[in-house]
Design a protein around this ligand. Structure first.
Ligand SMILES: CC(C)(COP(=O)(O)OP(=O)(O)OC[C@H]1O[C@@H](n2cnc3c(N)ncnc32)[C@H](O)[C@@H]1OP(=O)(O)O)[C@@H](O)C(=O)NCCC(=O)NCCS
Length: 152
């Protein structure tokens, strides 16, 4: 919760984190250094109506990912999302998707590098009316080991 508040304007109550952790523990991951959490990702597995119609295919939805500023650009975010995408396969998810602020260049670059594509622009998606890109990638995906090497 601390990292979420430091890094993102979208903040959540404790019960929201706990609910995602209890329902989808395999896709709720943290990175620790010396027993301190320096980054996290939390996701939800969803089925049903999405975008262009009703789909029974399961999809992994990245709800939130953040890395403490002093640990950014070292491969931590890349490792977190790729590990979460592997875990989504345990739930039989066929796709992973997320929303990202159109102005969030570091995040958009990270997702593109992994293989995500922008599927739609969600106009005025955020509370401050900024647009979001809805980005998605088919699962299973081919992991990029470049960033994993950085993270080790
Ligand atoms: C987005 C975020 C999670 C990325 O985590 P990270 O650990 O810094 O990412 P990585 O080190 O794995 O970077 C992988 C790639 O992302 C891109 N990237 C990451 N930080 C970047 C930056 N500051 N500027 C430009 N590109 C960047 C690069 O393409 C990078 O590859 P490279 O190192 O070969 O150039 C992190 O910047 C963050 O916590 N931001 C604040 C919270 C946030 O915006 N979350 C996403 C909400 S959708």
């Amino acid at each position: 919760m601390h990292i979420n508040r430091v890094c993102l304007p979208e903040n959540y109550a404790g019960f929201f984190f706990l609910d995602l952790y209890k329902r989808f523990p395999e896709t709720f991951l943290v990175v620790e250094e010396k027993e301190n959490v320096v980054g996290y990702i939390m996701c939800r597995i969803e089925t049903g109506l999405l975008g262009f119609g009703i789909s029974r295919r399961k999809k992994g939805h990245v709800i939130s990912i953040a890395v403490l500023p002093e640990y950014q650009h070292k491969g931590v975010g890349s490792a977190l999302i790729q590990e979460a995408m592997q875990s989504m396969l345990l739930y039989n998810a066929k796709e992973c998707f997320l929303e990202v602020r159109a102005s969030n260049t570091p995040a958009v670059k990270l997702y593109r590098k992994i293989g995500f594509e922008v599927k739609r622009t969600l106009q005025r998606y955020y509370a401050d009316k900024e647009d979001a890109y809805m980005m998605a990638i088919k699962l299973p995906f081919k992991p990029s080991n470049l960033s994993n090497e950085q993270a080790t």
